[in-house]
Design a protein around this ligand. Sequence first.
Ligand code: SF4
Ligand code: SF4
Ligand code: SF4
Length: 250
Amino acid sequence: MPKLKTAIISLTCCEGCQFAILDLGEKLLEVAEILNLEKFELASSKKGLGPYDIIFVEGTPITKENVVTLIKARREAKILVALGTCADLGGVAEIKNYSRAGRGKMLEYVYKNIEGIDNPKIKPISVYVKVDAKIPGCPIEKKEFLKFVRELGAGKIYKIPDIPVCYECQLKENSCLLQEGKPCFGPVTLAGCGAICPSNNFICEACRGPIRDRNLTSLKKILGKKMAVRELMKIAEIHGVKDDLEKNNL
Ligand code: SF4
Ligand code: SF4
Ligand code: SF4
């Protein structure tokens, strides 16, 4: 199979997901056997020229330029992948959607001169363009990216199994933070990170977004006895997944 002509591009974000790819180290050579990385914005100044077989889009469409870039990417890509939670679900930038003061007040608080600064409601890239696949996480799990690329090499698109973080957490025989009354989102969050946070005694903040078959009401009830639901859902605002968790289905 010929190599797939590929671009990895960024909208507004911290570029941590591209760093996660770079962090593959020597495994990047395996990636390069499958993908012809014509454009990899963090790693190379090569401009690249479309069309592409596949474009990975990282970040949130915040500015008008971001939206233009995204729409152009969709036109140029046979397969378009949302890379990381910013692209997939809105990500950390979405915190301002939840602000009680409102986005305008937040902008005024952060910038002295707000003239010409775009301040739209934050939305995932799927609101603007059709998305063919996603690799969730903040940042993405580099091993999952590699798995995704290997599947591409076999002519398939890797679909992340719809199982919760608790599954991976229990395989590691961790003691359960939820049972200690801590606000762990593991039961409603998509696995694939190896339950890295609870394995290190941190709660799962749902950065990979929700599983399809989730019961948020039940989680709220369990924790309701120990903490206010508002306090609980504030944690889900960190990665911008509160609205996604609260939707009936994704
Ligand atoms: S998903 Fe997280 S790590 Fe990736 S670009 Fe967004 S903020 Fe950075
Ligand atoms: S610690 Fe969190 S992720 Fe682990 S089993 Fe308990 S609720 Fe699930
Ligand atoms: S345990 Fe939860 S917060 Fe931590 S990386 Fe996994 S999904 Fe994200």
